[in-house]
Design a protein around this ligand. Structure first.
Ligand code: ADP
Length: 417
C-alpha cells in the first residue's frame, strides 16, 4: 500500500514537473512572440512614418508640424528647400525660421488653438528664401490649424506655407492697370467736359467758328478715349485666358507684312519714309494667329513712323528662320529710345517722357504692351536695342517648332446647309 502511495505521489510530482515545464515553454514562446510582434509593429510604424513623410515631401507647399513647446517636429522637403541652410527640426519656430510678420499668424494659432489663414506680404530682403529671392515683394499664405492627437503625442499644430507671390503680383498689376486706365481716361474726359461747359454754359455755341474749333478738339479727345478702350480690350483679351482662343494656323508672314504696309501706306508716303523688307525665304510661314501678328507688326512699324515724322526715316522689316528659331525684326534709324527708358518700354501706359511732351504724337502707351502680350501668347520673346539717332531694333524670337498654344480653338466650321 505504501509502495502504491509512493508511486502515485511520484507520478503526481512528475506530472507537476511536466506541467511547469510546459508552462515555462509557453511563457518563453509568449515572450518571444510578443517581442516579434513589437518588432513588427515598430517596423510598420516606421514604414507608415516613411510613407507619410514621403507623401508630405511630395507636397508643393512647405509643411511643418509644431508641438506644444513651439518646436518643429517635422518639416517636409518644400519647407527644407524654402528655409534652405537653416536647421528646422528640434528648434522653436522663432529660432529656426520666422520673420515677425510670418510668425504673427502662427503665434495666433498656437495661442488660441483656432485655425488661422493669413496672407503676409514681405519686402524682398525679408523673404524666407533669403538671397534666393529676386522677385521683389513676396507674398505667403500661412495656413495653421491644430491637429487631432490620437496617439497621445501631445498637442500638435500643422502649418502650410504657400508661395502666393505670383498671384499677388498679378493682382498688383491689375490694380495698377485700373488706376492708370482711369487716370488716362480722366484727362481727355475732363477736356471734353471743359469744352462742353464753355459751349453750353458760356453760350459759345452761338459762335459757329468757335463751336467748330471746340468740336474738333472734342473729337480728337473722344478718339483718344476710344483708342485707349480698344487697346485695353485687346490686352485684357490676351491676358484673361482668352489667349487660349488664339486661332493658330500657318500663314505666310509676307502677307502679314503686306497688309500692314497697305494700312500704313498714306503715313509712309506723307513722311517719305523708306521701308525695306528683308526675307531670305519669301515663302516663310508662321504658325500662329494672323490677327495678332498683324497687330504686332502694325504697332511696331507705326511706332517707327509716329516717333519720326521728319524726312530721312528708313525702316527695315524682316523675318528669317534657322533650325530652332524664327526671328522677326523691325528696325529704324530714328530718334530712338533713351537707355534709361528701355527697361520700362513694354509697361502699360509707359511713354518716353521726352517723346510724350511732343503732344501731337498720338498714342496710348499700350501699343508695346499689346505686342509683348501677343508675342508671349505665341511662346515667343521680344527685346529692344536702341542707339538714339542711329538704330532702334525690336527683335522677336519664336520657337521654330510648332508652338504649343494653351488651347487651340478649332477653325470656324462652315455653316451647315
Ligand atoms: P504709344 O501708344 O505711345 O506708341 P507704345 O507702347 O507703342 O505706346 O510705345 C511706348 C513708347 O515707346 C512710345 O510712346 C515711344 O516713346 C517709345 N517708342 C516705341 N517705339 C519707338 C521707336 N521705334 N522709336 C522711338 N521711340 C519708340
Amino acid at each position: 500500500m505504501d509502495y502504491l502511495a509512493i508511486a502515485a505521489a511520484a507520478a503526481a510530482l512528475v506530472a507537476v514537473a511536466l506541467i511547469s515545464l510546459r508552462l515555462q515553454r509557453a511563457r518563453r514562446r509568449f515572450h518571444s512572440e510578443t517581442e516579434a510582434w513589437h518588432r513588427r509593429c515598430d517596423v510598420e510604424v516606421q514604414q507608415l512614418r516613411q510613407q507619410r513623410d514621403h507623401l508630405l515631401d511630395a507636397l508643393g507647399d512647405a509643411f511643418l508640424i509644431i508641438d506644444s513647446d513651439r518646436r518643429i517636429r517635422f518639416a517636409n522637403a518644400a519647407a527644407r528647400e524654402l528655409f534652405r541652410g537653416r536647421e528646422l527640426v528640434g528648434r522653436t519656430v522663432f529660432e529656426a525660421v520666422f520673420d515677425q510678420r510670418l510668425a504673427a499668424a502662427l503665434t495666433r494659432c498656437l495661442e488660441t488653438g483656432e485655425p488661422v489663414r493669413q496672407r503676409v506680404v514681405l519686402p524682398q530682403q525679408a523673404s524666407p528664401r533669403g538671397a534666393e529671392e529676386t522677385r521683389g515683394d513676396n507674398a505667403w499664405l500661412i495656413d495653421a490649424a491644430p491637429i487631432e492627437d490620437p496617439v497621445g503625442e501631445g498637442a500638435r499644430t500643422r502649418v502650410v506655407i504657400r508661395d502666393v507671390t505670383s498671384e499677388h503680383q498679378t493682382e498688383q498689376v491689375r490694380k495698377d492697370f485700373v488706376a492708370n486706365a482711369s487716370h488716362e481716361l480722366r484727362t481727355p474726359l475732363a477736356i471734353i467736359n471743359g469744352y462742353l461747359e464753355n459751349l453750353i454754359e458760356d453760350g459759345l455755341y452761338e459762335n459757329p467758328q468757335m463751336s467748330l474749333r471746340f468740336l474738333k478738339v472734342m473729337r480728337k479727345h473722344a478718339t483718344r478715349i476710344s483708342r485707349i478702350i480698344e487697346d485695353m480690350l485687346v490686352i485684357s483679351r490676351l491676358e484673361s485666358g482668352e489667349a487660349a482662343a488664339l486661332r493658330i494656323k500657318p500663314f505666310p508672314f509676307q502677307g502679314c507684312i503686306h497688309d500692314v504696309l497697305e494700312r500704313l501706306e498714306s503715313m509712309i508716303q506723307a513722311q517719305q519714309a523708306e521701308v525695306g523688307v528683308e526675307m531670305p525665304d519669301p515663302a516663310l510661314t508662321i504658325n500662329g494667329d494672323r490677327f495678332y501678328w498683324t497687330q504686332v507688326l502694325f504697332n511696331l512699324v507705326e511706332n517707327s513712323l509716329k516717333q519720326n515724322p521728319r524726312p530721312g526715316l528708313r525702316i527695315a522689316i524682316g523675318c528669317a528662320r534657322d533650325a530652332d528659331t524664327i526671328r522677326i525684326w523691325v528696325a529704324d534709324n530714328g530718334v530712338g529710345i533713351p537707355g534709361s527708358d528701355l527697361p520700362f518700354i513694354f509697361k502699360r501706359f509707359y511713354r518716353v517722357e521726352k517723346h510724350h511732351s511732343q503732344d501731337e504724337i498720338p498714342g496710348t502707351g499700350l501699343g508695346l504692351s499689346i505686342v509683348k502680350r501677343a508675342v508671349e501668347a505665341h511662346h515667343g520673346a521680344i527685346r529692344v536695342e536702341s542707339t538714339p539717332g542711329r538704330e532702334t531694333r525690336f527683335t522677336i524670337e519664336l520657337p521654330a517648332a510648332e508652338p504649343a498654344p494653351a488651347v487651340t480653338v478649332p477653325p470656324e466650321t462652315p455653316p451647315s446647309p
